[in-house]
Write a new protein. Structure first.
Length: 172
């Protein structure tokens, strides 16, 4: 028989320690689990699904650096919807005081739940990747699909002109 003592690992800063305590287990059982390294978290795969480019309109979807506050709010909404396992469409506009951007988000699943194990910071990175791709194309509105190696697929629609091109009307 083997005996393990508690292991403490700090995950994301002070006050967020996770303590794992193992009880007595047999050698036959522990031999099944010889890999004691954590698997690296994966990024979200982001695919540009659609974009509308209009030459006569000056505003385009904000790049990540310009729309950070807005994109952080959208990431929080997506993570909240995931925690609720909600597949329903949510949309609106957000502003950082200078820029206004419209968004619509909807999750689909090939499984039972519309949730993802992705952390908020991983979702934010995927939103920034989407926004940067759309901005680089000069898109006024567009859509990106996001996947995190599971059954969840997130559909994010962004628009730089929500009054002319509401985000919920963007085909994704």
């Amino acid at each position: 028989m083997l005996t393990y003592t508690p292991i403490t690992e700090e995950w994301t800063g002070s006050g967020t320690n996770l303590t794992v305590t193992f009880d007595i287990v047999s050698n036959e059982y522990t031999s099944l689990y010889t890999n004691n390294t954590l698997e690296k978290r994966t990024d979200i795969t982001t695919v540009l699904a659609a974009a509308t480019i209009v030459d006569s309109i000056s505003s385009v979807i904000l790049a990540a650096s310009a729309g950070l506050e807005i994109h952080e709010d959208i990431a929080a909404i997506i993570k909240s919807r995931s925690n609720q396992s909600s597949c329903s469409l949510v949309y609106g506009t957000d502003s950082d005081g200078t820029y206004v951007e419209g968004y619509a988000y909807e999750a689909t699943t090939s499984g039972e739940n519309c949730d993802t194990t992705a952390e908020k910071k991983t979702i934010l990175a995927a939103i920034e990747k989407c926004a940067n791709k759309l901005n680089a194309q000069g898109a006024i509105r567009g859509c990106c699909t996001m996947n995190h190696s599971g059954t969840w697929t997130g559909h994010l629609r962004l628009t730089a002109s929500p009054s002319l091109y509401p985000a919920h009307t963007v085909t994704c």
